[in-house]
Design a protein around this ligand. Sequence first.
Ligand code: BDR
Ligand code: CA
Length: 310
Amino acid sequence: MKHIIIDCDPGHDDAMAIMFALANPEFFNCLGITTVGGNQTLDKVSENALKILTVINKKIPVAKGASEPLIEPLRVAPEAHGDSGMDGPIVEEITIGYENQNGIEFLRDKLMESQEKVTIAALGPLTNIALLLKTYPEVKEKIEAIALMGGSYSSGNATASAEFNFYIDPHAAYMVFHSGLPIIQAGTEVSAAASILHSEIEEFKNKGKVSSFVYDLLGFYSKFSKGLNQDRSPVFDACPVMYLMYPEIFTAKELYVDIELEGTLTKGMSVTDKRIWYDMPKPNTTVLMDVDREEFVRHLKEAVFRLDSM
Ligand code: BDR
Ligand code: CA
């Protein structure tokens, strides 16, 4: 059993990651969800987290974290996720409320209360995690790993060099990669491999409440890649979470990763040291390189159908 906290900015792919984790309660003990401004404003992504939990009928505590990156102004991504941050499905009535506690304090309390080490699945800009580690460094001993979606070892998506989550808050990413904690990194490359074909989305149609939600969710989300003449959409944020449960479908390498803070063309880029050379820095990251796409999609589908029958 893995004890996890999901820090996220839902976000269509964040929603898929949350559903995957909560569909597998015998493997994941989810202690809570914290939200962070990213794909949309903090208020919007937080409401989306409540919507997801309402639809799948899971009472997981949700606490709102940081609304702005550490230094930069927040830049949101309506082009991919719509005005609400999770356009597509309509959820008429939300039946879950927020924790009456700031997300950073909530993270601290959940970690310190836990008897077992906890893995943080970080699926948005790393602002909450950086603030947590800086403010309460004592939590480090309670953290097993940070399994995150962000960065890349070849090409970005927000810019030619930087992936969205790291581009939005490069300073937070820098702090996390310099924390000394074990990091599992799913970047743009493994996410591109972890794509769902537009034709596969049809399989969620008219199956049940959760499947219909996913059908509408991925239906909207796929418009972005259809606009780029692609036949599939990367389900970025499900990668680090699925890796925790099914590492055997992924390939990974232990490497040293650092974050660029200054470059005019490279701000927010994750720089992955793949050299074979003397005095190489000790690896600080398990970098996910590739995944068996069909197995990935099979596990995602299984999770959604399982939620329908729970
Ligand atoms: C990342 O950015 C967001 O749009 C997604 O939710 C994912 O976390 C992909 O670059
Ligand atoms: Ca995300």
